[in-house]
Design a protein around this ligand. Structure first.
Ligand SMILES: *Cc1c(COP(=O)(O)O)cnc(C)c1O
Length: 496
């Protein structure tokens, strides 16, 4: 059955999957959501013998129904190839009784690669299908990882340009180096004076700027988004939860039908929403455990039913989760409001004017699958140290937040359900924070000295993504104020 997409703020208009991918965000500012979530057509037992690519096809064909079999298989083959340093694409590592789903084996060693290595191919295919001749301009705000993953995905892709805004002082040194050394004539990287929420708000404003859209159209250009608000990001992320379950089954770690819990270190709520969709497609998942860092808006939301962004924004050692407006939560709100676009739009209007909204008791009752908690900076560092001390396995800071929250969950609930923890970044991406957590003496070392030391103590080779930036020249040095984003975009695009 065909899946169509409508906006979370307007239930009337429906578009195809390819149109939703091309557009990114709906014109009314809402996010595209599927009109129903289909059930997997193959059993977990059958999936257990499939490769990552085959699993991806089984999932994506159900949600991206206007793509042909050839188109999807072609996109999948181009995305999940030797850019990943393991044929498994997303290996599971058992440590201290939980299963770490390593989502960082792609080109930029963070989980964003899982979706961003396929999004450019989906987007170009979508443009062809819809007879769009305009050049697609990808406009992206990043808290560090999306930016590089999107740049790597779109660099050199014909018919596209990509502009990335990042908070100048809000990303790790390695993350910044990865972005500003990006090659490719179609890539633009700009630091802004502001935090991630400023960058994201600025980008959303540009998307909704009609005047700019017209000026661009006159030049044969149109915007799309590589942020996790794009359904083309979300759908590929459903895949690895299906894959992880099938893999556990194959390895005899779980019985067929046995429920598992999933822990996700969360920022914009994209990854955990994908796990929720996987559950809705029939993957036996019990609890969805939402792990936050000190920016614990989501924890407060799950415990009180009130979403309130009016608070101090904290820079932490897990910068990709330093977010106070979790965009993808809107898709869940819409859903628990009974797919009521009007009710959702009212809450989002309250969020944008007063910075907060409350959900009803009836909506709260639909959140029982979710558990929220958070880990502060000390708990996160302590988790990295104890995991390393106990097992020799080195966690990155984001995964450590998830791991610490999982410990709190078990202490709280005594739930012994087998658990998959989304491991969202390589520790090499956050070397300084990781090494300092293991031993403060490392703080005296330089960034790349630390890389070599981590390789030694963790007994893992330095990833190619890190080797590449060691000596790479800086190619992007633009910095602007958050009020200047529009001018910068126009300048890059050559619009007077
Ligand atoms: C983006 C990111 C997250 C947060 O994922 P969301 O989908 O935004 O919730 C967590 N960890 C890492 C390493 C990331 O890059």
């Amino acid at each position: 059955m065909e899946v169509l997409y409508s906006s979370t703020r307007d239930g009337e208009k429906k578009v195809t999957a390819s149109q939703a991918i091309l557009q990114g965000l709906s014109e009314d500012g809402g996010l595209f959501v599927p009109d129903h979530i289909p059930t997997l057509a193959v059993t977990m037992k059958a999936l257990a013998d499939k490769s990552y690519q085959e699993t991806a096809y089984e999932v994506m064909r159900l949600l991206l129904t206007d793509f042909t079999q050839e188109e999807l298989k072609d996109c999948i083959a181009r995305a999940y190839d030797s850019k990943f340093d393991t044929e498994e694409i997303a290996p599971l590592v058992e440590a201290e009784g939980a299963y770490y789903l390593e989502l960082f084996h792609g080109a930029t060693i963070a989980f964003k690669d899982m979706a961003l290595s396929i999004l450019p191919h989906l987007m170009i295919t979508a443009a062809k299908k819809n007879h769009v001749d305009n050049e697609i301009v990808i406009l992206t705000a990043t808290s560090g990882d999306t930016g590089k993953a999107a740049l790597a995905g779109f660099a050199g892709v014909k018919g596209t340009k990509i502009i990335v805004f990042y908070p100048k002082n809000g990303v790790s040194p390695i993350q910044e180096k990865q972005m500003v050394t990006q090659k490719g004539d179609n890539t633009f990287v700009v630091g802004i004076h502001g935090n991630f929420d400023d960058a994201q708000t600025g980008v959303k404003t540009l998307f909704n700027d009609r005047e700019l859209a017209e000026e661009m159209a006159a030049q044969g250009l149109q915007f799309s988004s590589a942020n996790s608000i794009n359904i083309g990001r979300l759908v590929p992320q459903v895949v690895y939860y299906v894959y992880a379950y099938a893999k556990l089954l194959k390895e005899g770690k779980i019985a067929d039908g046995e429920k598992i819990n999933v822990v996700v270190p969360t920022g914009n709520f994209g990854n955990i929403l994908a796990a929720f969709y996987a559950k809705n497609m029939g993957v036996p998942i019990a609890k969805l455990i939402c792990a936050s860092n000190e920016n614990k808006v989501l924890y407060d939301f799950f415990t009180t039913g009130e979403y309130d962004r009016n608070r101090e924004f904290k820079l932490t050692s897990s910068p990709s989760m330093d977010i106070l407006i979790s965009s993808n939560l809107e898709r869940l709100i819409y859903r628990i409001a009974g797919n009521d676009a009007k009710k959702n739009a009212e809450m989002m209007a309250a969020l944008s004017s007063g910075g907060k909204y409350s959900i009803t008791q009836g909506m709260r009752e639909q959140l029982t699958d979710f558990y929220g908690n958070f880990a502060d900076e000390n708990e996160t560092a302590a988790r990295i140290k104890s995991m390393y001390g106990n097992t020799g396995y080195v966690l990155d800071t984001h995964t450590a937040v998830a791991s610490a929250v999982y410990q709190k969950y078990v202490a709280d609930t005594k739930d012994q359900t087998k658990t998959v923890i989304a491991s969202t970044a390589s520790p090499f991406k956050f070397t300084r924070s990781v090494m300092n957590a293991i031993d403060p003496k490392y703080d005296a070392m330089g960034d790349f000295e630390l890389v070599d030391e981590l390789s030694k103590i963790g007994n893992v080779a330095v990833p190619k993504a890190i080797e590449e930036i060691r000596t790479a020249p800086v190619l992007h040095d633009h910095v602007c104020d958050k009020t200047e984003m529009k001018a910068v975009v126009k300048q890059f695009l050559g619009i007077e």
